[in-house]
Design a protein around this ligand. Sequence first.
Ligand code: COA
Ligand code: AMP
Length: 245
Amino acid sequence: MKFYSVKMRASLNDKHVSGGERITLEESIQKVVSELLARPKEFDFINIKIEKINNIKFIEKSLDVKTINVKNHKEGNEIALKLLEEVGIDREIAKVYIDLLHTGANPDRENMRGAMIITKSGKRVEKDRYRGVRTTNVDFLHREEVKKILLEKKYTERTLDALALSTKNLNHPDIIAEYCISDQPDYTTGYVAVNNTYYRINPLKEYSNPKGGRIYFVKDDADIDELYKYLQEESFLIKEVGSLE
Ligand code: COA
Ligand code: AMP
């Protein structure tokens, strides 16, 4: 079977406002393009990219999903730190970078365009602190079915996309954990992915904060060039969704 990657990104006044991707069969390209085109509410530039994938790989199952509701973002971050500690990430190291994400992680204290990479011993190693690294080329094999299952359980399409992205991340043997908060001021649910589980933490950031981003915690001896290649270039379809709670 021939699979194609379809990517959309849109911007307004030179600011990225929407992005999305699908991996699909040739006969569904048109449908997928129109779905992606409908995503940005407003834009003055939109880019649609379609590429044939030559070497598709499969991941059997996504991470399991668990939701943790808490009183406020402070409590949410306490839980996040505990989850990270469980996989050996030092609390103080994690706290420094999580605080940075909540206050602007690029050198101008604005949001990055991708994720920060932090080693277990606390070194910040992404190649460009404005850009970071972006995980791409991942989707569910039966996206519509998985979407239906998630929506029935009151999850959103945003969770579907983030779950795919995070599953690809944790599938790499050198990525120990991921921490994520959205950069949208009114979206306060975030997640921590560890131990094959995507912990949705609600809330994980303060309402009205426009800062957000992702941190990938990696092993000290991770090969960063290889990691970039894996995250940005290798294509994966996820066959099944894990357990949902
Ligand atoms: N935030 C800010 N700027 C972004 C951006 C983002 N998330 N994604 C793209 N851009 C802008 C940047 O200026 C970027 O330049 P840079 O590489 O110097 O940062 C420029 O667009 C080109 O980016 P590129 O990655 O080459 O675009 P693309 O068309 O190949 O892919 C996306 C764009 C949005 C599809 C991809 O980057 C992405 O993030 N995919 C989402 C993954 C996902 O949710 N997958 C799950 C599906 S189930
Ligand atoms: P979002 O999940 O779209 O709300 O994005 C939240 C933050 O994650 C952004 O501000 C970026 O810093 C970062 N980010 C966005 N897209 C990606 C990606 N594809 N891979 C890694 N990080 C990303």
